[in-house]
Design a binder for this molecule. Structure first.
Ligand code: MN
Length: 422
């Protein structure tokens, strides 16, 4: 909303689930005081899938640590309320201690918390045996709106939301929500705006669906890469609170939004994730180990880094023959807490074409011939070998590019081995 609320009775029916919200009539509300709220989503508490061999126990606990820091942030920024846009839990197979932890944190915050359920947590195990504390409002599977007074000047805010009704809810949830034009409205929903392909297309909607619905701030969940989609109205994916794979790189945490005179005046990401995932690609072509180690410099202790090596060079063989030793050296040179190496590089090939009469040249010629046969016929030929036959499906799933790289690598490895012998 853009204007102040002036002199009118604005609500006839007021729901008061927390017992400390507004009375049934609100008059002459002055919106100048301003207030702050915190928005997070996709906590995935109870996550057991980490795409790393890092065995630091702090990693296992990091989704909880991040959430505790979000509550710290909400308390220290004097947030009037919190909005959590789904996927609080990774699945229904959480431990009782996971639920207890979430309940403790929610009650530590003490002020209103609004939660909608997403695809990962639409079914929850401990609803009855460990209910949420009284300051929490969980949205049902049909749209629901709660009004509350916030800030020193008791501004009226409404929070509207809806929860997933199944783990693959295909309803357009965003279009089920709307706000009053005379109150600042936050909409809490787990959905896929623009049907982004890397994520399951649950609760799909278009960016246009978010406009003109009387909502001032869309508190979104589902897309783990957080970010502000738009400012008119505000539409924000809070992002996952702690990355779990090398796809979930960068700073993760919660958004702290400040509202004044019915408008969002600032909306900033506060980093709370104890671990940051980073991916870095390094070209080994024409490089020695010193220059590679130098390029790995400058990472923080809280980073889990995947160094991906590409290009062609002698370092390819070293990385393949001494993976653990190289990982330790790179880890200590980089300064990161943990690293993994992904070797997509190729050996330096002294024989660019197989024109000679020596054995390596013959290997290169075979590789070229295989590639000319085409992918499918090559796979047929490879699978004539009974040791290869079980891998037929995996080979068939590869793209032309991946398959061609596989043949190149096999030939390169063979040539390298032959050259080392000679
Ligand atoms: Mn999620």
């Amino acid at each position: 909303m853009s204007n102040r609320l002036v002199g009118a009775t604005i609500f006839n029916v007021i729901r008061d689930p927390f017992g400390f919200f507004i009375s049934s009539h609100v008059e002459s509300v002055d919106m100048t005081g301003g207030f702050t709220f915190v928005h997070c989503a996709d906590l995935h508490i109870g996550n057991r899938k980490w795409s790393t061999t890092c065995d630091d126990p702090r990693l296992r606990d990091s989704p909880k640590t991040s959430f505790a820091r979000i509550v710290d942030t909400a308390l220290s920024s004097d947030a009037a309320f919190m909005v959590i846009s789904g996927d609080v839990y990774d699945s229904e197979e959480i431990a009782p201690s996971d639920r207890l932890f979430v309940c403790d944190q929610l009650s530590r915050f003490g002020k209103p918390v609004f939660i909608c359920r997403g695809n990962h947590d639409c079914v929850q195990t401990f609803d009855r045996i460990l209910p949420y504390p009284g300051n929490v409002h969980e949205f049902p599977t049909s749209p629901d709106t709660v009004k509350l007074r916030v800030g020193e000047r008791s501004e009226v805010v409404e929070v509207t939301g809806v929860s997933f009704q199944s783990s693959s809810d295909k309803r357009n949830l965003a279009t089920m929500l709307k706000g009053s034009t005379d109150a600042f409205t936050v909409a809490c929903v787990h959905c896929n705006v623009g049907s982004i392909q890397e994520h399951d297309d649950y609760a799909p909607c278009s960016p246009k669906d978010l406009v003109g619905r009387g909502v001032d701030y869309w508190a979104l969940g589902h897309i783990h890469k957080g970010g502000i989609l738009s400012k008119e109205p505000y539409a924000v994916y809070a992002g996952v609170t702690q990355g779990r794979t090398f796809k979930e790189t960068g700073s993760k945490g919660c958004y702290v939004a400040k509202v004044d005179s019915g408008r969002v005046v600032s909306c900033m990401l506060t980093r709370t994730a104890p671990f940051t995932w980073t991916e870095k690609t390094i070209d080994i072509t024409g490089r020695d180990m010193d220059s590679i180690l130098l390029e790995c410099h400058g990472h923080r202790k809280d980073e889990i880094v995947r160094f991906r090596f590409v290009g062609k060079g002698d370092l390819d063989g070293v990385l393949r023959e001494h993976p653990d030793d190289m990982r330790d050296s790179i880890r200590s040179a980089s300064g990161c807490g943990w690293c993994e190496l992904q070797v997509d590089s190729m050996p330096r090939q002294t024989l660019v074409s197989g024109s000679g009469s020596d054995l390596p040249a013959a290997v290169m010629r075979s590789a070229e011939r295989l590639k000319q046969l085409g992918r499918e016929r090559t796979i047929e030929k490879l699978c004539e070998n009974p040791n290869m036959a079980p891998f037929r499906n995996r080979l068939m799933e590869m793209s032309d590019e991946e398959f061609s790289a596989l043949v190149d690598r096999a030939a390169g490895d063979a040539v390298n081995a032959l050259e080392r012998v000679s």
